[in-house]
Every structure is written in structure tokens, then in C-alpha cells.
Design a binder for this molecule. Structure first.
Ligand SMILES: [Zn+2]
Length: 312
């Protein structure tokens, strides 16, 4: 049993670490990553109330706080970017030039309290105070990244790549020296990372989800032949190509069911039941709670229906 008061640090290689944020009091639910060169970067932030867990894990990895140069955010969803403000305040107290680095759209969202208030609503409704709070980040603390921009940490570099579909302005972060890409939510939820039978479930959350671009992103990442992917939910998947290609099929299967419901050819309860049958095992690995699995599948259905009716 994981001690929920202690940071969980998993060393991938000399430069790369996975940190379990223990978000919502759950082990194995949301990871962020740490890359260490002469300076360091954190990929995604957790939520505001997990900032101390992330800071403790950074210290446990042997990284001095003043050497953390970037908090790199893949997208502005609260469970990925909600902790950026808290981490930034802690790091700025020891290092003046730390930046929050993200794509253009997330940089706009993160600077506006009215948008942040909307982004945190779903988290507050399901997780209450454990979702934390989101506060705006000042323009001078933001670094806007474009596709293929490189951040040099000294001895190791990170490349930002566009990965649209899941959320507006979603970037992924490649660490070529570790043959690793942190995909966060861009390719789905990885409920089972064992090598024999990994299973990726789509992340189709309204209103930003766009299925065609989401599937194009998965194909593009599969085509790179990268050896390891880091999923925010959850963990590291080695040799990910077969699981990525299988997830395209899963996504299209879900979309067919959602279309049949939208068109009035199948009942909602029936499509939901079929999804529970096929996907509850990998989702249970993440959520450890059947009710929460059903809530998640309902929100995936809503996201796919929103996408279908928008593009129809
Ligand atoms: Zn997301």
C-alpha cells in the first residue's frame, strides 16, 4: 500500500524521473515527470494541493530547487496545470528566472481568472477541495512554446511538439536522449502498462475534444517509433506502437456506439453498458472505484457526442 504522505519517485534513467502526485489521494492516478540536466524541468504540475508532494519528489531526485528552469505544461486542464501557480511561487522564492512554458492557447487560459474558474469546475464537482484552486500566472512568468521549439537544460534538451485533439493547444514533450515522449493526455488514459497487454482508453472530454485530430496525433506519435511514452494517467509504456494503434480501434468503436445513440438507434444505457464491459478493467486500474469509472465513461460519451454534433 502506498503511503499517501510520501512522494513516490520512479527513476527511468539518469536524467528522467516519474513522480506520482498522489492526486485525489489516489496512488497510480496522475503522474508528472522530471528531467534533469545542468538545469531541470517538470512536465505538468499536478493540482495546487499536490505542489508539496511534487516539490518533495524533486528534492528526492537530487535536484536543487534553484536549478528548476521550467514548469512545462502540456495543456490547461486543471489536473495538469492547476498546480503551476503554486509550484511557480515556491520555485520563484529561490530562482528568479523559472518559467511556466506552454502552448499559446493554454498561456491565454492560464493568465485569465475567468477561464481558470471554468476549467476547475469539473474537478470541484467530482473531487471537491482535492481539485485545488487555479490562480492566474503573470505574463512575465510565461514562456509560449511553438511546435518544435527546443529548451536546452545543459547536457539534455526537450522538444515541444504539437499534439492536438484532446485539448486546445496540447503539446507533448520529447526527450530524445531518453527516447521518451511525455504525451500527458494527448493519446488517452493508459490503464494498464504491462508489456503483454497494455490498454489505452480514449480521453474524449468536451468541449475541446476533436476526434479526427486526436487520432491523427496518435498516428503521428506511433509513427515516430519512440521507445517510451509517459502518460499523465498513468505511468510509462514501453514499445507503445501496438497499444497506440489498438487505441485507435477502441476510439472508433466508441464513436460508432455514440453515433448510434445520437442517431436514436441504440439506447444510452446500452452503449454505456457495452463500454463498461470493454473498458472498466483498465479504468478500474486508474480510478479504483466503479462509480468513478462510470462517471468517466459518461463524460467520454458526452465528449464524443459533442464532437459528432459539432462536426456533423
Ligand atoms: Zn486533459
Amino acid at each position: 500500500m502506498t503511503d499517501l504522505n510520501k512522494p513516490v519517485l520512479h527513476r527511468i534513467d539518469d536524467r528522467l524521473f516519474q513522480i506520482d502526485t498522489l492526486m485525489f489521494g489516489r496512488a497510480g492516478f496522475t503522474s508528472v515527470f522530471l528531467v534533469k540536466g545542468e538545469r531541470a524541468a517538470v512536465f505538468d504540475s499536478g493540482v495546487s494541493v499536490t505542489a508539496d508532494t511534487v516539490m518533495a519528489a524533486v528534492a528526492a531526485a537530487g535536484v536543487r530547487f534553484q536549478d528548476v528552469a521550467y514548469i512545462c505544461l502540456t495543456h490547461a486542464h486543471y489536473d495538469h496545470a492547476g498546480g503551476a501557480h503554486e509550484l511557480l511561487q515556491r520555485l520563484k522564492s529561490v530562482s528568479a528566472d523559472v518559467k511556466v512554458a506552454c502552448g499559446e492557447k493554454p498561456s491565454v487560459y492560464l493568465s485569465r481568472q475567468d477561464i481558470l474558474d471554468k476549467l476547475i469546475i469539473s474537478g470541484r464537482s467530482t473531487e471537491g477541495d482535492r481539485a485545488g484552486v487555479m490562480k492566474p500566472i503573470d505574463a512575465q512568468d510565461l514562456l509560449v512554446l511553438k511546435h518544435e521549439d527546443i529548451l536546452d537544460l545543459g547536457g539534455i534538451s526537450i522538444q515541444a511538439l504539437n499534439a492536438p485533439g484532446h485539448a486546445n493547444g496540447h503539446l507533448v514533450f520529447s526527450v530524445p536522449q531518453s527516447d521518451f515522449v511525455f504525451v500527458s493526455d494527448a493519446c488517452g488514459l493508459c490503464g494498464r502498462t504491462d508489456h503483454h497487454n497494455p490498454l489505452i482508453v480514449p480521453t474524449a472530454f468536451a468541449p475541446e475534444y476533436r476526434q479526427q485530430t486526436y487520432l491523427d496525433t496518435i498516428r503521428a506519435i506511433a509513427a515516430t517509433g519512440v521507445k517510451r511514452l509517459g502518460f499523465a494517467h498513468f505511468g510509462v509504456l514501453s514499445n507503445p506502437r501496438p497499444a497506440l494503434l489498438a487505441s485507435i480501434e477502441t476510439t472508433e468503436w466508441m464513436q460508432r456506439l455514440v453515433r448510434e445513440w445520437v442517431d436514436g438507434r441504440r439506447a444510452y444505457d446500452e452503449i454505456l453498458m457495452r463500454m463498461v464491459e470493454r473498458l472498466s478493467e483498465p479504468l478500474m486500474a486508474l480510478y479504483q472505484d466503479h462509480e468513478r469509472v462510470v462517471v468517466t465513461l459518461k463524460s467520454l460519451v458526452a465528449g464524443m457526442a459533442h464532437d459528432l454534433t459539432r462536426t456533423a
